[in-house]
Ligand binder design. Sequence first.
Ligand code: ATP
Ligand code: PAU
Length: 239
Amino acid sequence: MMVFCLDFGNSQLKYAWVEADRIVDFGILNQVNFGSIIQICQNKHIDSIILSSVIDVPSELIFALKDLAPLHQLSSTSLTHVNYAQYDKLTLGVDRLAIAEGAQISYPTSNHLSICLGTCITYNWIEDGYFKGGAISPGLMMRTKSMHDYTAHLPLISPQMDFPLLGQSTTSNLLAGTMSGILLEVQGYIAELRKLDPHVVIILCGGDAPYFTSQLNGWDIQFDPDLIWKGLAGLARLN
Ligand SMILES: Nc1ncnc2c1ncn2[C@@H]1O[C@H](COP(=O)(O)OP(=O)(O)OP(=O)(O)O)[C@@H](O)[C@H]1O
Ligand SMILES: CC(C)(CO)[C@@H](O)C(=O)NCCC(=O)O
């Protein structure tokens, strides 16, 4: 059963082909239109399509996808393994719903906190299968770009794998505040949640996660760049 998974985020439009829980192929689309989708569907057999989008999708694209194969567009009414009885599911971004689902499928008997370092940083906390709470904060690029955009003289910095706790110049101060700021935020959330539940499983995903994985060595964290695809493939089966 080949599932064509689409994840339309605020920075990137991503896709993956998932067959029997194995990610066969993945990539990035150029535009939100059918032309760019049909290019990557050449010679592919598709059993079903699942779309997670936190951006507006033209209705023509939805109709065209439905013509290609049975489509499930993820929404707050989608069936889920995670229970939302204690959370306002209507307000939750569908990408977070898919990530929480991926974490639940991967760790069905554990409590977990999934942290996605994307356009925004999102935290999803699931206890006994219930979505208990979360947090949203600005992502890496949003932090660097907004300090540049909202000031007269701060330069736009590029993220780097090596970053200091404190800097000795404007550029290294910006790097420290942005990169170490995110690291300390993530470590702070993990530490606080572990006070509540020492056995909580922590899973890190999202486009910016690789900047922080080596610094989080020794923190007993799972790094899973495919968490959203696992969630989407599971949701495609359920819906
Ligand atoms: N072309 C690009 N445009 C914007 N961000 C990019 C691009 N390439 C890489 N990035 C990095 O990816 C990060 C976004 O991560 P990711 O791709 O996981 O987000 P997304 O899936 O588009 O967003 P969302 O969080 O809305 O799902 C940005 O903070 C930036 O550092
Ligand atoms: C927070 C983002 C932008 C992360 O991609 C997305 O999940 C979203 O638009 N969420 C809606 C608000 C919420 O999740 O509560």
